[in-house]
Write a protein that binds this ligand. Structure first.
Ligand code: PHE
Length: 451
């Protein structure tokens, strides 16, 4: 087996990798987005389609990204370039790796702001319970309208990010994931036990688990596909970068399956926590993006220990967001280190400053500059649109092509170990070569509004 040429460190153990990759996958997407898109698309029916997408499209691509990262052994751009050269193809493939890094950074520009809102709500929780219900939605609009407050929370996020990332793999990334990833699971389980006793529990469970196929549309199907991408942190450099720190002994298929399984479990548990609360207090499950910041606080207000529950919920959201944020910035930090030969501290500082400037501009686009709407979207909306609807699908498409047509089958077989002798391998290879590209083309056509 060819040796890695990299000087990058490796995770302390297989579990350190699994926790970090799970921390990356479990994010705002699971706890904030998944429940409301499931709510909009017929609950259980959507969940089934989503499970299919994770298994059929997300998981094979997740394995590919970890494989490319481990074999390449560098930042995603260099890993893809090197691997292409080894396979006798153009080193220009590095631009696809670079695209995934840019896509991750762009995603971060708005993800950091939402993470800031979650911290704001941890602190607002005690006062939420004392407000008249009519003022709860106004609390959220007031936050969005206030650039200073958002700037403060964005700064808190970025300073924390700097402190964690500049400490490196073991003392920074690993440590934070050892604390926060189990923290998400423990806190969420406590909330689940609590909601079991609510009147609306049965109704909530039925809503999320009982399939109503009549509510499922073609759009719902493509939403599930797009979300399976986002939730597994694909095409944004994170999984390739985490793969580059992985030792040769860890099985890629098994750990990918564990990560995808844990990610899906958290999304479903989040739904099982949120909907019983929503139904118990006669609220609307279709509040879309406002579900977490507007609908749920209304319920917390009426619950015993409401402020504690609210604090726990927003702490879960914050932990979920932060463990994703660290994975999103890491590829860009390593790219700067490897290209400009600066220290990790300098590379982290450069990235955090860049994100701070971009974040500030996006915050202003939510209030003072909300009239500036190129392509009919505010800058905040434009950043979400371009990263999720353009860069991620394009990146995913090329990663699948890279895996299916550029990387030699012999290399893939070496990396996948035992799997390469089984029927599953042939299935996986077929999926990567044909099914994933076609599925992504559909997401792209949908994203561009053509169907
Ligand atoms: N998977 C994260 C979520 O569900 C988002 C994310 C995307 C994180 C891409 C890293 C890379 O919220």
């Amino acid at each position: 087996m060819a040796q890695k040429t990299s000087e990058l460190p490796t995770w302390s153990s297989k579990w350190a990798f699994i926790l970090a990759a799970t921390g990356s996958a479990v994010g705002l997407g699971n706890i904030w987005r998944f429940p409301y898109i499931a709510g909009e698309n017929g609950g259980g029916a959507f969940v089934l389609v989503y499970l299919g997408c994770v298994l059929l499209i997300g998981l094979p691509l997740l394995m590919s990204e970890i494989l490319i990262g481990r074999r390449g052994g560098h930042n995603p751009a260099k890993s893809m370039g090197l691997l292409a050269e080894i396979c006798g193809q153009s080193p220009w493939w590095r631009w696809i790796g670079f695209l995934t890094i840019v896509s991750g950074l762009l995603l971060l520009t708005y993800y950091n702001i939402i993470a800031g809102w979650t911290v704001a709500y941890i602190f607002k929780s005690p006062s939420i319970v004392t407000l008249p219900p009519s003022e709860i939605p106004a609390l959220f609009s007031a936050l969005i309208a206030n650039p200073w407050e958002q700037f403060l929370w964005l700064s808190v996020i970025l300073i924390s990010l700097f402190l964690v990332i500049s400490r490196g793999l073991k003392d920074g990334l690993e440590l934070i994931n050892w604390i926060m990833t189990p923290g998400i699971i423990i806190l969420l389980s406590i909330l689940l036990i609590f909601v079991c006793r609510l009147d609306g529990f049965q109704q909530g469970i039925r809503f999320i688990l009982q399939p109503d196929f009549s509510a499922l549309t073609a759009h719902g199907f493509l939403d599930a596909l797009g979300h399976s991408f986002f939730t597994l942190s694909l095409a944004s450099g994170s999984m390739m970068m985490y793969g580059a720190y992985l030792n040769k002994e860890t099985s890629i298929p098994r750990s990918s399956l564990t990560v995808a399984g844990a990610d899906t479990a958290v999304a479903i548990i989040a739904g099982l926590v949120i909907f019983p609360i929503v139904f118990s207090f006669g609220l609307n499950p279709n509040a879309g993006t406002g579900l977490a910041f507007e609908t749920l606080p209304l319920a917390f207000q009426k619950m015993r220990y409401g402020s504690l529950l609210s604090m726990a919920f927003f702490t879960i959201l914050f932990f979920a967001a932060f463990t994703s944020i660290v994975s999103l910035v890491e590829p860009a930090v390593v790219w700067v280190i490897e290209n400009f030969h600066v220290t990790r501290t300098t590379a982290t500082l450069i990235n955090c400053l860049l994100l701070w400037i971009a974040g500030t501009i996006l915050i202003l686009s939510l209030n003072y500059w909300s009239d500036f709407t190129p392509f009919g979207l505010t800058l905040f909306e434009l950043a979400t649109y371009v990263s999720a609807n353009i860069l991620m699908p394009v990146g995913g498409l090329f990663i699948a092509i890279f895996m299916g047509s550029v990387v030699h089958k012999r290399i893939i077989e070496q990396e996948l170990g035992w799997l390469s002798t089984t029927l599953s391998f042939r299935l996986w290879y077929f999926i990567i070569r044909f099914v994933v590209p076609i599925a992504i083309l559909f997401i792209a056509i949908r994203a561009l509004g053509l169907i």
